[in-house]
Design a binder for this molecule. Structure first.
Ligand code: SPQ
Length: 425
């Protein structure tokens, strides 16, 4: 795809698609609940469609209209042995969270994903699940897909997560919900808490005591209405675009502002961005309007407890940092190496091709600004977030950017280029 925008100003109001993490979980809880769940502003990206497909194969009726997704929940007991392989596509969330669900169900299932999923570690989930009694086999001792899951009776667990991961936490929560008694999960750093919030939304109970999450097994859920807020991880691309393009202002309506996801807002403040936030409503998840204008930015340091609160935004924050005066240092972000691609390497390599002064470190990157970006040939490497970073970089680049494999963007933001075109003044 040839991107030749001519360094435009940007302006306008958009609502980004629904939050990917919340959309996945709304299908999962909707299926596990008894009765009907109606989901509005669901993300119809490829990843969440994979989750729908897996639950259909487990016997759940799911209706799709333009406005809503309706899940006819079967309850835990109503899920059926799938007669074909569950294909989770490119979605790490689907693969890992489904493992926690399937581990305790009384049937056999097989799960497979795409080439990127086949490279991503699943032992971070299969190891704690095995200690709860799960029977999961897979390539390289259960480390990689394809995986075969034979449902078994699960025991409780007290588990300290070795990495700050909402996917591992959520998989263990799903398994703990099926064990008899109380399980405790201890987080090294707080990660996104959509699973916990959704347990409550569907009528269940979860306790949080400091860094301990306490889950009682044997809970059943009741179908409900879910509104999915705009995904702050998608909004991030346009927050950055507005800050770095000349004479620009972008308003992002109905964006999710859950505290465990707003690390990027903190970074914008640290870097001196011209941004306002207005909280508009609260229903299960906080929501608000984010407005960003062209900004004079300064470099910053991003590390520690902030990292899980912005892990998926780091690639686009790297682009932002190329347009800030001084040095930006990102530390403690080794987790980036096990995403759809090794996002430390892919973002560093691709931004370099457009003239950025950026270098990879063992656990993050160092970016020196401010650099003038130029045209060039880059690739998404099949990673939706890298594809979108490069398209936003093309907005400020002097010259044409050729983007290879832009299709990957449909994983989380099918309307991305429509919104880019709408915002060009
Ligand atoms: O679902 P997937 O492929 O893992 O998606 C990513 C993304 O960039 O969209 C990561 F590659 O988001 C993860 C996120 O990084 C979604 C997620 C969740 O919904 O629980 C949690 C994070 O992953 P992790 O491994 O830190 O728990």
């Amino acid at each position: 795809m040839k991107l030749n925008f001519g360094q435009p100003s940007l302006g306008g109001r958009i609502e980004v698609p629904g939050d990917k993490s919340i959309s996945h979980r709304s299908i999962m809880f909707g299926a596990l609940a008894n009765g009907k769940t109606v989901i509005r502003h669901f993300l119809k990206g490829e990843d969440c469609l994979s989750t729908i497909d897996c639950f259909r194969k487990l016997g759940v009726e799911i209706e799709e209209t333009d406005e809503e997704i309706i899940v006819h929940g079967t309850g835990w007991d109503g899920l059926k042995e799938p007669s074909s392989i569950l294909d989770t596509g490119n979605s790490g969330t689907t693969t890992r969270l489904m493992l926690g669900i399937l581990a305790g169900l009384p049937f056999h299932s097989v799960m497979i994903g795409d080439e990127s999923i086949a490279r991503r570690p699943m032992d971070r989930v299969t190891v704690p699940l095995a200690s709860m009694g799960a029977d999961i086999a897979g390539r390289d001792n259960g480390r990689f897909t394809p995986l075969s899951i034979r449902g078994s009776k699960l025991k409780t667990i007290e588990y300290r997560l070795p990495v700050a991961s909402a996917q591992v936490k959520s998989a263990v929560i799903f398994a703990a919900l099926q064990a008899e008694g109380e399980s405790v999960i201890i987080e090294p750093e707080a990660t996104r808490d959509h699973t916990e919030k959704m347990i409550e939304q569907f009528g269940g109970i979860v306790r949080r005591e400091g860094d301990r999450i306490i889950i009682k097994g044997g809970q059943s859920f009741k179908g409900t209405d879910v509104y999915v807020p705009g995904d702050i991880s998608s909004a991030a691309f346009f927050m950055v675009a507005a800050a770095i393009a000349p004479d620009s202002e972008i308003v992002l309506l109905n964006t999710g502002l859950n505290e465990t996801r707003t690390g990027i807002v903190d970074v914008f403040k640290q870097m001196g961005a011209d941004m306002t936030i207005e909280k508009t409503s609260f229903k299960g998840e906080e929501i608000g309007t984010i407005t960003v204008r062209t900004s004079k930015l300064k470099g910053t340091e991003i590390s520690g407890a902030l990292i899980p609160r912005l892990i998926d935004e780091i690639p686009v924050i790297a682009l932002l940092a190329t347009q800030a005066e001084g040095e930006t240092i990102i530390r403690d972000a080794e987790e980036l190496k096990v995403k759809e691609t090794n996002r430390i390497d892919t973002v560093v390599d691709e931004l370099k091709k457009l003239g950025a002064d950026i270098e990879a470190t063992d656990d993050g990157m160092i970016i020196r600004g401010k650099s003038k970006l130029h045209g060039g040939s880059v690739s998404s490497h099949g990673d939706h977030r890298i594809g979108m970073v490069m398209a936003i970089a093309a907005l400020i680049a002097d010259g044409e950017v050729k983007l290879e494999n832009p299709e990957a963007i449909a994983v989380s933001y099918p309307e991305f280029f429509e919104h880019v075109n709408q915002l060009i003044k």
